[in-house]
Design a protein around this ligand. Structure first.
Ligand SMILES: C[S@@+](CC[C@H](N)C(=O)[O-])C[C@H]1O[C@@H](n2cnc3c(N)ncnc32)[C@H](O)[C@@H]1O
Length: 246
């Protein structure tokens, strides 16, 4: 049920996602730059939680690859990706927690701003680890603790700190190659526009939002304090790791 609701929110954003995903695009470029400092030529690669294919497009334009897969569980977003991506990319409608690839088959797993939606990060990362070839790379970004300090806790999804993510990576068979974090502050005309920016990228799901529905919540109820300039501060972590040899 919970996953169905997440999917529903993303599917509803299929027409607006590409016009509102500046933060996600910036994050995928930074993740790629971290990766390309170490490696840029791979055989089989996969972009999990590819959404409308923006991250996949950026990835395939900047690295060299033999085969590429783009995976997402939101059919409407994946449909946009299919129309945008070249034939060299195979789009697959699937949950990232469903087993999809043989063991030791992918040289790179990329996942931009998708893993915060995993219901069990340890399980998702263990599966990703199985897919990777020996020393295969895993590059990803995701919001971390401290994200959106402007919003009250009950309206936000629970997030891990970078230290917790590194601990989980270590437990699931990865060695950390590089990691960094940054803050991206987005300014808006009003609080209502701030919330709409989340809704238009499908990222407005939280149990409380979901119970009341965005239209029925008082925008001022959601924010911690009345700032002169309404803003959302994203705290994003970037991680590059490799499958640890046994
Ligand atoms: C913020 S979007 C990122 C999309 C893309 N990577 C980008 O950079 O624009 C998050 C994506 O995660 C996908 N997603 C969330 N949970 C998922 C799951 N369990 N399996 C597959 N995709 C999932 C959503 O459908 C959505 O497309």
């Amino acid at each position: 049920m919970y996953k169905e609701r997440i999917k529903h929110h993303f599917n509803r954003a299929y027409k607006t996602y590409d016009d509102y995903c500046a933060v996600q695009n910036d994050a995928s470029q930074r993740t790629l730059e971290l990766l390309m400092q170490h490696e840029f030529h791979f055989e089989e690669i996969a972009d999990f939680a590819c959404g409308t294919g923006e991250s996949t497009l950026r990835l395939i334009k900047q690295i060299r690859y033999e085969k590429c897969y783009a995976i997402d569980f939101s059919d409407k977003l994946l449909n946009v990706a299919e129309n945008k991506l070249p034939d060299t990319v195979r789009c697959i409608l699937s949950d990232f927690d469903t087993s999809l690839f043989p063991n030791d088959s992918l040289a790179l797993i990329f996942c931009n701003m998708g893993l915060q939606w995993s219901l069990n990060l340890e399980r998702t990362l263990s599966l990703f680890n199985r897919y990777l070839t020996k020393n295969g790379y895993f590059a990803f970004s995701m919001p971390v603790t401290g994200n959106f300090p402007e919003m009250k806790t009950e309206f936000k999804s629970l997030l891990f700190s970078s230290e917790q993510i590194i601990h989980i990576l270590n437990n699931t068979g990865f060695k950390l190659v590089a990691h960094c974090g940054y803050k991206n502050i987005q300014l808006f005309e009003s609080y209502c526009y701030a919330l709409k920016s989340l809704q238009r990228t499908g990222a407005n799901f939280s149990p409380k939002f979901n119970n009341k529905g965005l239209k029925r919540v008082n925008v001022r109820e959601i924010f911690v304090e009345d700032c002169m300039v309404p803003k959302l501060t994203y705290h994003i972590g970037f991680f590059l790791c490799q499958k640890r040899s046994l």
